[in-house]
Write a new protein. Structure first.
Length: 203
């Protein structure tokens, strides 16, 4: 296809660079977080998920989860955290190369890889939420029905209200996807206008 063999314009190259920078910045900020509110914890309890680690009051949350039979949350159970940041840096490098070579097919290939990575990341988050919420110990001190915390939203578990949502890192990754899409769309619009102008001149 002629479109894939064409080159990006200046705006497209800038947006690809911005996308790469967003990917790199996203490795340093929280991807996702969970906040638990309860009368006995007026300050709330938080779990903060980064690409390479889990932060927040995990010790207290694990102690509470023990009472409802939920598996202990430990970084060792998430092997993907050992390489997620490297993947993000690799995709950022591809975005920079795409901006350098200006080829639309290279930028589109990078976008497809980023979309696949983002989709797998969303599935991975859902998988762990589903596993932790449904594989409860039937001999736990407090028996509650299995549940799946939402990726974004709120739900009630016992006397806790759980609030979940994406962090700055998650939004930066989303912004990188948007920038890449706009970069390719802007090129196509620019090319169409250029072709229309040439046709008008010829007429």
């Amino acid at each position: 296809m002629k479109f894939l063999q064409s080159k990006l314009n200046g705006l497209g190259r800038i947006l690809l660079i911005v996308a790469g920078l967003c990917l790199i910045a996203g490795t340093y900020f929280p991807l996702w977080n969970m906040n638990l509110d309860a009368p006995q914890y007026p300050e709330g309890l938080s779990m903060i998920v980064y690409m390479d680690r889990i932060g927040g009051r995990i010790d207290i949350i694990n102690n509470l989860n023990h009472y409802i039979g939920m598996k202990e949350i430990a970084e060792s159970d998430f092997p993907e955290m050992q390489y997620m940041a490297y993947i993000a840096f690799g995709l950022a490098g591809l975005a920079f190369i795409a901006a350098l070579v200006r080829r639309v097919w290279f930028g589109l290939s990078t976008l497809v890889l980023l979309l696949i990575g983002g989709g797998l990341g969303m599935y991975d988050l859902w998988y762990w939420l589903h596993r932790f919420g449904t594989e409860l110990d039937p001999k736990a001190p407090i028996i509650i029905p299995p549940f799946v915390p939402p990726m974004i939203g709120s739900n009630d578990v016992a006397n806790f209200v759980t609030h979940t949502g994406f962090g700055i890192g998650g939004y930066l990754l989303g912004l990188s996807i948007v920038c890449m899409i706009i970069a390719l769309w802007r090129f196509r619009t620019w090319e169409n206008k250029t072709n229309d102008s040439k046709a008008s001149i010829q007429v």
